[in-house]
Ligand binder design. Structure first.
Ligand SMILES: Cc1ncc(COP(=O)(O)O)c(C=O)c1O
Length: 394
C-alpha cells in the first residue's frame, strides 16, 4: 500500500463538494460548459478591488533588498501593526502586533491553532452543518471532532452544546457568517456561550478556547452586523483571511488573532508561531503581506453577491423550495424536496444543475448552492429547479 491507511480513509470520506465538482467537470466535458449550471464550489468569482491591484503593482515594483527573504514566522511587523490597529478599532480592545500571526489563509490559521492547543484525544466541538474540513483539521493534530447539531434555524442550540462539553473539550469552533447556511450568530447567543464555557473551564481547571472562523465577516446583507466574538469570551482566537474579503483565495493570506484577554496569552502566541513554522508553512506569503498592510479597511464591493442572493431567493421561492434567506456568505441551504438529499441532488443533475448534498456538511435532507456564478446562470437554471422539485414531490 503506497499511502497511509488514515489518508486512504480520508480520501474515501473526502468532500462531497469535490466529488460533485468532478462529476460536474465530466458533465461539462460531455455537454459543453454553458449547458451546465454549477453551484458546487464556493470559489469567489469576483475580481479583487482596484485598490488591491494598485497596491500589488506597487509592491511588485519595489526593488529594495530582502523583500523576498525569510522573515519572522509570525509575519512582517508593519502588517501585524496595521492589523492590530484595525482589530483594536473594530473590537474596542487593545491588540498588539504580537497578538497577530499571519497565516496561509484561515485554513492555515485553524491548523496552527489546533496544533498549538490540542493534546492527543482532546475534543473539538463542531456545530453541524459545518465546513467539512474542520473534521480533518482536528484529526490532523490528534483531536477528536464532537459534532453538535444546531437548531432548525441553524443557530447554536446551547443546551445541546453544553451537554457535549466534557473534561477533554479544548476548543469550540464557530463560523458566522456560516458556510453552508448563511446564518449569523447574534451577540446574546455568543455571550451566553461565553458564560457556559467560562463555567465549564472553571469546573475542570483547564481553559476551553472559542475559535471563531470568520472569513465571511464582510460578506453580509441588509446591513447585518457581526458581533465581536472577543467581547463575548476572553479565551477567544480568531482565524480569518483575505480570501473572500478581497477575493484572493489563491493568494493564501489570512491571520490568527489572540484575544488580549486570553489565558496564557504569551505562551499561546509563542505556540502559534512555532506551529506556523513546524507545520511547514514557515511564514505566510511575503508579497501578499506587504500588499494588505495598506488595505485593512478595504473590502470587496459585494453588490453582485447581494443581487445574486435576491435573484436566487426569488427563483427558489417561485419553484416552491423551503429555505432561510442567507444573511451572509454566498450560500443557500434549502431543504431537499422529498427529504433525501442524495436522490434530490441526482434529480437536479438530470436538469444539468450541480449542487452538494447536505450530508457532506453533516446535515442530510438539505443541499447547498454556492452563488459564485453570474445572474444569467442562476436565471437560466430556474426552469430546471422548478422541474426537479415537481418530480421529487410528485
Ligand atoms: C467556513 C470556512 N472556513 C475557512 C475557509 C478557508 O478559507 P481560506 O481561503 O481563508 O483558507 C473556508 C473556505 O471556503 C470556509 O468556507
Amino acid at each position: 500500500m503506497p499511502i497511509s491507511s488514515r489518508i486512504r480513509e480520508a480520501i474515501h470520506n473526502s468532500s462531497w463538494i469535490r466529488r460533485m465538482f468532478e462529476e460536474g467537470a465530466e458533465l461539462k466535458a460531455r455537454l459543453g460548459a454553458d449547458q451546465v449550471f454549477d453551484f458546487t464550489l464556493g470559489n469567489p468569482d469576483l475580481e479583487p478591488p482596484p485598490r488591491f491591484m494598485e497596491e500589488l503593482a506597487e509592491a511588485a515594483r519595489d526593488q529594495r533588498p530582502g523583500l523576498h527573504a525569510y522573515m519572522p514566522n509570525a509575519g512582517l511587523l508593519p502588517t501585524r501593526q496595521a492589523l492590530a490597529g484595525f482589530l483594536s478599532r473594530v473590537h474596542d480592545l487593545e491588540f498588539k502586533p504580537h497578538d497577530l500571526i499571519l497565516t496561509c489563509g484561515a485554513s492555515g490559521g485553524l491548523n496552527v491553532i489546533l496544533k498549538a492547543l490540542l493534546d492527543p484525544g482532546d475534543e473539538v466541538v463542531i456545530l453541524a452543518p459545518y465546513f467539512p474540513e474542520y473534521l480533518f483539521y482536528a484529526d490532523n493534530h490528534g483531536g477528536v471532532g464532537r459534532i453538535v447539531e444546531t437548531d432548525e434555524h441553524f443557530l447554536p442550540d446551547l443546551d445541546r452544546l453544553v451537554a457535549a462539553l466534557t473534561p477533554r473539550t479544548r476548543a469550540v469552533i464557530i463560523n458566522s457568517p456560516n458556510n453552508p447556511t448563511g446564518q449569523i450568530y447574534d451577540a446574546a447567543t455568543l455571550q451566553e456561550l461565553g458564560r457556559f464555557l467560562t463555567h465549564h473551564a472553571g469546573r475542570h481547571g483547564r481553559p476551553v478556547y472559542l475559535v471563531a472562523d470568520e472569513p465571511y465577516r464582510h460578506l453580509v446583507y441588509d446591513g447585518a452586523e457581526i458581533p465581536s466574538v472577543f467581547a463575548a469570551y476572553p479565551n477567544t482566537l480568531l482565524a480569518t483571511s483575505f480570501s473572500k474579503d478581497l477575493s484572493i483565495p489563491g493568494e493564501r493570506l489570512g491571520y490568527v488573532a489572540v484575544s488580549p484577554r486570553a489565558t496564557g496569552r504569551g505562551e499561546l502566541e509563542g505556540a502559534l508561531v512555532l506551529a506556523n513554522r513546524i507545520l511547514g508553512f514557515v511564514n505566510a506569503p511575503a508579497l501578499m503581506q506587504r500588499v494588505v498592510a495598506a488595505l485593512t479597511d478595504v473590502s470587496l464591493d459585494i453588490t453582485p453577491y447581494a443581487r445574486r442572493r435576491e435573484l436566487f431567493s426569488e427563483v427558489l421561492t417561485e419553484a416552491g423550495y423551503k429555505f432561510l434567506k442567507p444573511r451572509g456568505a454566498f450560500y443557500l441551504f434549502p431543504e431537499a424536496p422529498g427529504g433525501d438529499d442524495l436522490s434530490f441532488v441526482e434529480r437536479l443533475k438530470e436538469e444539468n444543475i450541480l449542487a452538494v448534498p447536505g450530508r457532506g456538511f453533516g446535515r442530510a435532507g438539505y443541499f447547498r448552492l454556492a452563488f459564485c456564478v453570474s445572474e444569467p446562470v442562476i436565471a437560466a437554471a430556474a426552469p430546471g429547479f422548478a422541474r426537479a422539485r415537481q418530480k421529487a414531490e410528485g
